[in-house]
Structures are given as C-alpha cells and as structure tokens.
Write a protein that binds this ligand. Structure first.
Ligand code: ZN
Ligand code: FE
Length: 259
C-alpha cells in the first residue's frame, strides 16, 4: 500500500513523496530542494529514502538531488536526454522501472524541455502519473525548449491515459491556469464549477492536486484543442481560422504566455 503526500518547496513547487508503509521505504519526485525531504525524514525516524525520480533538468526539480543521494544513498532515475545531477539510471520512453514495488512506464513528453519524461503506473483502480512540468492541473508547461507541435503530441499521449489516472504535477498553478481556461471557454460549466472549487480550496490553503486525466480532459483547454469552443477562441485570438488542433494549441499556448 503506497501513500502519497506533497512536500511543498519554494513558492509553488511540490515534491511528491511516495511511502511504502509496510517497509518504511519512500521515494520522491523532483526534489528541487533537499530541505523539505530531510525535514520529513527527520520527523519520521526509521524511514529510508530509496529512490529519487526526476522528470527534467530544471533547477527547481533537481536542486536537492545530489545532496539527498549523498545523505540517503537513494538511487537516482531521470531522463537520458538531459543532464541530471548524480544520475544512476538514465531512462528513455518505453522503459519500465520499479519504485517501491510498483511498476512505472516511462513516457517521453518533449515540449517544456526536450528530454522531459513522465512516470506512469498502470493500475485498474488507481493509475498514477507523475508528469513534472508537462501537464498541469488546468494548464501545461511553458515551451522552453520544444515546439508547440511536440508539446501538443506529448499532451495527447497523457490525455489518452485512463480517465481515473491521478495527475501529480510539480506546481500549484491550478487557479491561475483555470482563470485562463475560463477566458478560453467561458461556456464550459464543468470548468466554471472547478474554478469555484479550487478557489475555495486555495483560500483555505489547501492543495489543488492531484487532478485526474478525466477532469483535465473536461476542463483543461490544452487537452481540448479539438473542441469547437476552444478552436473558436483560438481563431478569434489568431485573427483568422486555425488549420489543426496543433495550431489551436500553438495559439492558446502563446496567448497564455501573455495572459
Ligand atoms: Zn520546469
Ligand atoms: Fe518547474
């Protein structure tokens, strides 16, 4: 039985902490800072950090990796296509890895960075997705290295996962993302309801994650580029008709950058 908690880091990062309660072994995803993980381990004597998963090379995701490996001896897994500190196992799309006894499949999701990977655990009841800065709740990562077409294809890969899949992304950006989503799709009732729900959670200081793939398909404009409502908004923004869902994606991603 794996329990998952979020360790907040910096202003809006989450370091996901996976805990195998039976063996008191844990794993973390994208520890941009070692301190929150060290504090958790100090507060939980007897627990051992066994694995560090990394999705991409940005400092707010890898800043604590070397130190945590040094203090815990944890195994570091990350993308083969990027420079990751202290990496032990370099992963490519299609690779299978075991973490705390769970099988994860590596999915290549270029766009935010070119080597970005996601970790997917297929499960009939509760599939899990750790997707870093690719798919966010209500939005998606900025295009620092990849093209809109690459990111659009990457998000399509994630959107095709089972609806029940838990989406564990790396930042608390949800409310801002949903504010933009409402500008794109003012007529989406499920989106409006989600905005109100997340606004209330954030007012109480509550985390807005994990999301699910089903909820993202229904409310995240970056997964809805084939919907006529999203195309219409993109066409207006574009000043002329967009030719494909990939172009719709490109237009709304650029719009979001200035929103
Ligand atoms: Zn990043
Ligand atoms: Fe980040």
């Amino acid at each position: 039985m794996i329990q998952i908690d979020a360790l907040p880091a910096f202003s809006d990062n989450y370091i996901w902490l996976l805990q195998d309660v039976t063996t008191q072994t844990c794993a973390v995803v994208d520890p941009g800072d070692a301190a929150p993980v060290e504090a958790w381990l100090a507060a939980h004597p007897g627990w051992r950090l066994a694995t560090i998963l990394v999705t991409h090379h940005h400092q707010d995701h890898v800043g604590g990796v070397a130190r945590l490996k040094q203090t815990s001896g944890a195994r570091v897994l990350g993308p083969a296509g990027e420079r990751i500190p202290a990496i032990d196992q370099a992963l490519q799309g299609g690779d299978q890895v075991q973490v705390l006894g769970l099988d994860f499949e590596v999915i290549e999701v270029p766009g935010h960075t070119l080597g970005h990977i996601a970790y997917y655990h297929a499960d009939t009841d509760a599939p899990l997705l750790f997707c870093g800065d690719t798919l966010f709740a209500g939005g998606c990562g900025r295009l620092f290295e990849g093209t809109p077409a690459q990111m659009h294809a990457s998000l399509g890969r994630l959107a095709a996962l089972p609806g029940a899949t838990g989406v564990y992304c790396a930042h608390e950006y949800t409310l801002g993302n949903l504010r933009f989503a409402r500008a794109v799709e003012p007529g989406n009732a499920e989106l409006a309801a989600r905005f109100d729900e997340v606004a209330a959670w954030r007012e109480q200081g509550r985390i807005s994650l994990p999301s699910t793939i089903a909820l993202e398909r229904a409310t995240n404009p970056f997964l809805r580029t084939s919907e006529s409502s999203v195309k219409k908004a993109a066409d207006e923004r574009n000043g002329g008709p967009t030719a494909s869902p990939a172009e719709v994606f490109a237009v709304i991603r650029q719009w979001k950058d200035k929103f």
